[in-house]
Write a new protein. Structure first.
Ligand code: GTP
Ligand code: MG
Length: 217
């Protein structure tokens, strides 16, 4: 019996992701893959990011969503090019889904492509998209134990945004316990603590991101 199916799928995905990376590099586009559990604040973080960078960078947005275009409409209202991917029930984006979406973006007129992955803390970590960095948005209401319970996601990302810190006075969340869990998995993970709703901490994240985009050019 032959059962290496998952490996084959991941290998095929990684090959496609490498193709996508080459396409982005050729067009001078820096890509980020934003992942998080449902409702952690991906779209709110992205909205705050786009608003702060509009005068500095040309941005494109790809929304991965199971069924709706609610998030895509929020970002399109900021007057940036938006492409919707409805996964039809799939719990993550993969490079095969992203490729046609990238082709619909005006790549030659974009510096930064922001991909919002499907809300899920498990599946998206296994599928590289060819983006330059993987961003994880964690949020206070999820609880401080999440790095311990979902290690694959925390281990595979380049930057962590702890969102909804405005709720710390109201929700039991031990920041040190959370950070210890993150450190064990990713000792030097770049981390930002923000309230994307109110704006606290967002400038530091956005300035760091703009530096990464500039560094790739
Ligand atoms: N208190 C507080 N609420 C926030 C913050 N950021 C987002 N929210 C709220 O959290 C809810 C979910 O935010 P979204 O940005 O839609 O989350 P998401 O991760 O994009 O959700 P999905 O795409 O459905 O997975 C909304 O009601 C936001 O207003 C924050 O910093 N503080
Ligand atoms: Mg969203």
């Amino acid at each position: 019996m032959n059962i290496p199916v998952v490996e084959q799928i991941l290998f095929a995905n990684n090959t496609l992701a490498e193709d996508l990376r080459r396409k982005l590099d050729a067009a001078g586009v820096f890509g980020i893959n934003v992942m998080a559990s449902p409702g952690a604040g991906k779209t709110t973080v992205i909205t705050g990011t786009v608003e702060r960078l509009l005068n500095r960078l040309k941005i494109g947005y790809v929304d991965g969503d199971i069924a709706t275009s609610i998030d895509a409409e929020r970002i399109a209202a900021l007057d940036v090019p938006v492409v919707q991917i409805n996964t039809g029930g799939n719990c993550h984006l993969d490079a095969n889904m992203l490729a046609p979406a990238v082709d619909k973006l005006p790549l030659d007129d974009i510096d930064l492509m922001i991909v919002e992955n499907v809300g899920n803390l498990i599946c998206p970590a296994n599928f590289q998209l060819g983006t330059h960095i993987n961003v994880l948005v964690a949020s206070v209401p999820e609880g401080d134990d999440k790095p311990y319970k979902y290690p694959t996601m925390y281990r595979g990302v380049d930057v962590l945004i702890l969102n909804k810190v405005d709720l710390l006075p109201y929700i039991p969340f031990d920041v040190e316990r959370f950070k210890h869990g993150v450190r064990v998995l990713s000792p030097n993970l770049k981390t930002f603590e923000v309230s994307s709703l109110h704006g606290d901490g967002m400038d530091a994240w956005v300035d760091w991101l703009a530096e990464q985009v500039a560094g790739e050019r």
